[in-house]
Design a protein around this ligand. Structure first.
Ligand code: NDP
Length: 467
C-alpha cells in the first residue's frame, strides 16, 4: 500500500478526517505532516491553559487541606470554602514552605540527579522523534530506585532520618514541590526559546499559556542528561513508594499497627513502580517520552501532582485505619494483580512485535499485523507495525484497561466512606479515556490509512461492545 498521510492542523480536522476514514473506503489525502500536535491554538484555548495551570496547584492544595484539616471530608472543606470565600480559604489553609522541607527537597532533587548521572545502566535508543532525531538514554532507573529505597530505610534504621519524616513534613513538602514544579515549567519554557536541544522538535502554539502548559521542547537536555526522564522517572516515580512507606510508618506510630489495606496499597504501588523501572527502555517509546512536550504537565505533574494524588490512599489510611477482613484485602490484591497482568502483557505484546519485526508468537500464534509507514519532518520515511492480535485484537487500548482496573483496586483498599482515596482511580480513568481519544487522532495523523485499517479490524476503543 502506498504511503499516505494526513495533515494534523488541529484536533477538529483530525476528528473529522478520522470519522471519514473509518466510515468510508476512500483513501486519505496525502500531505506533509508534522504529526502529533496542533500548530496553532486559539486565544480561548490559551486562556483555558492558564486556567488549568492555576487550578491544578490549587486542587493539590485543596486535597491536602481536606486530609490535614477536615478529616479527609471533601464536604466539610467545601462548606468552609463556601463560607470563607476562595481567597480567604486559600490564604488561611495553604501550606507554606518550611526550611526543613526546602532543604530536604533540594537534597532529594540533587540525590536523584546524582543517581541518574552516576549509576550504571545500558544505553537505549528511543524511536525517531517527529523531527527525525533518535535520542539515546542511559537506563538506570531500577538501580536508582533500589539505591533510593535502601538509603531511606538505612537512614531510618540508624536513626538519622525516620521513615515517617516525609509524612510529618508533608505540608511543607507539598508547598515546596509545587514551587519546584512551577520553576521547572518556566525553566523548560525558557530553554525551549533560548537553548533548545533539538530545534526541529520544538513546537510553538502562538499562545504563551499553551506553550507553558504543553511545552515547547520534546526532549529537553543538558548535554546528554534528559530533563523529562529525570522529572518523571526519578523525581516523580522514585518518590511514590517512599511517600507510601512514610505514611505507613505514621500509621504505625499512631495506631501501633499497619493495616492489611495499607500493605496491599503499598504492594500494588511497588509492583507498578518496579515494573516501570524494569521496563524503562519500553517507557522510552510511550507517549510521555515520544510525543508529549515538556511543559507544565510533565514538569509540575511528576513533581507535585504525582506525589500528592498517586499516594492518596496511603495518606488517607495513615489517619483512617480501614482494616478489611484478610480475605477481602487478598481479593483486592489479586484483582489488582490481574489488572497489572493485562497492563503488562499488553504493553509487552506491542513492544515484542515491533522489536522482533513480528518474528514472534502472541498467545501461541504468529501475530497478525498491519505494515505501516510514516514520514518525519526531515522527509525520512520509517516503517512500523500495528499489532492486530492478542490483547490488541480485542480493543485498541488494552493496556489502559489493565491500568484502570489496577487503579480501581488501590481505591478499594480504603473502603467507600470517602472520596479522597479514590482520587487516583478517578484521575487515571479520566486521563486514560481522554488519552485514548487523543492518541487515536494522533495515530491517524501519523499512520494515516494504516490506522484507519486497524480501526476497521479492531472496532472497540476500551470495552468490547460498549466503547
Ligand atoms: P501506549 O503505550 O499504548 O502507546 C500508544 C502508542 O502505541 C501509539 O501512539 C502508537 O505509537 C502505538 N500503537 C498504538 N496501537 C498500536 C498497535 N496496535 N500496535 C503497535 N503500536 C501501536 O500508550 P501510553 O504511552 O499512553 O502509555 C503507556 C503505558 O503507561 C500504558 O500502559 C498506560 O496505561 C500507562 N500510563 C500510566 C500513567 C500513570 O501515570 N500511571 C500515565 C499514562 C500512561 P506509534 O507512534 O509508535 O505508532
Amino acid at each position: 500500500m502506498a504511503l499516505q498521510q494526513v495533515a494534523a492542523p488541529c484536533a477538529h480536522t483530525l476528528g473529522s478526517t478520522y470519522r471519514k476514514a473509518k466510515n468510508s473506503n476512500s483513501p486519505i489525502e496525502p500531505s506533509l505532516v508534522f504529526w502529533g500536535r496542533r500548530e496553532r491554538v486559539s486565544a480561548a484555548s490559551g486562556l483555558l491553559s492558564l486556567g488549568f495551570m492555576l487550578a491544578c496547584p490549587l486542587l493539590v492544595v485543596f486535597v491536602h487541606v481536606c486530609i490535614r484539616d477536615f478529616d479527609a471530608s471533601v464536604r466539610d472543606a467545601v462548606c468552609e470554602l463556601a463560607a470563607l470565600g476562595a481567597l480567604d480559604f486559600f490564604l488561611k489553609y495553604t501550606p507554606l514552605p518550611t526550611l526543613e522541607a526546602g532543604l530536604g527537597y533540594i537534597g532529594w532533587l540533587l540525590f536523584q540527579a546524582l543517581l541518574s548521572i552516576a549509576l550504571p545502566g545500558k544505553t537505549v535508543t528511543a524511536p525517531p522523534t517527529p523531527g527525525g532525531h533518535r535520542l539515546s538514554y542511559r537506563v538506570n532507573g531500577l538501580n536508582s530506585w533500589i539505591v533510593t529505597l535502601v538509603a531511606a530505610v538505612t537512614l531510618s534504621v540508624i536513626e538519622v532520618l525516620p521513615l515517617s519524616s516525609v509524612a510529618e513534613h508533608w505540608s511543607g513538602l507539598v508547598a515546596v514541590a509545587n514551587v519546584y514544579g512551577i520553576l521547572a515549567t518556566i525553566l523548560g519554557w525558557t530553554k525551549g526559546h533560548l537553548a533548545p536541544s533539538t530545534a526541529e522538535d520544538r513546537r510553538f502554539s502562538g499562545s504563551l499559556f499553551h506553550d507553558l502548559l504543553s511545552g515547547i521542547e520534546l526532549n529537553p537536555r543538558f548535554g546528554r542528561w534528559d530533563l523529562k526522564l529525570y522529572q518523571i522517572g526519578r523525581v516523580g516515580m522514585n518518590s511514590w513508594v517512599i511517600i507510601d512507606l512514610s505514611f505507613a510508618a505514621l500509621q504505625y506510630q499512631k495506631t501501633g499497627a499497619v493495616t492489611s489495606t495499607m500493605v496491599v496499597a503499598i504492594a500494588l504501588h511497588t509492583i507498578y513502580t518496579v515494573d516501570f523501572f524494569i521496563n524503562e527502555d519500553w517507557y522510552l517509546s510511550t507517549i510521555d517520552i515520544s510525543h508529549d512536550h515538556f511543559g507544565f504537565s510533565l514538569a509540575w505533574g511528576p513533581a507535585a501532582w504525582l506525589p500528592m494524588v498517586y499516594t492518596c490512599q496511603t495518606q488517607f489510611l495513615a489517619s483512617h485505619a480501614v482494616d478489611l477482613p484478610y480475605w477481602c484485602s487478598a481479593a483486592i490484591f489479586l484483582i489488582g494483580l490481574a489488572g497489572y497482568a493485562i497492563f503488562r502483557s499488553a504493553n509487552h505484546q506491542k513492544y515484542l512485535v515491533r522489536q522482533t519485526n513480528s518474528d514472534c508468537t502472541i498467545w501461541g500464534a504468529k501475530p497478525s499485523v498491519i505494515e505501516s509507514a510514516y514520514t518525519t519532518a526531515d522527509g525520512g520515511t520509517h516503517k512500523s507495525l500495528l499489532l492486530c492480535s492478542g490483547w490488541w485484537g480485542i480493543v485498541r487500548h488494552p493496556n489502559y484497561v489493565g491500568d484502570i482496573i489496577f487503579s480501581l483496586c488501590t481505591g478499594l483498599c480504603a473502603g467507600s466512606t470517602h472520596v479522597i482515596p479514590w482520587l487516583y482511580f478517578i484521575f487515571m480513568a479520566t486521563l486514560l479515556i481522554h488519552r485514548a481519544l487523543r492518541d487515536e487522532a494522533r495515530c491517524l495523523a501519523k499512520h494515516g490509512v494504516f490506522w484507519a485499517e486497524y480501526c476497521r479490524r479492531v472496532r472497540w476503543v476500551l470495552i468490547p461492545w460498549v466503547f
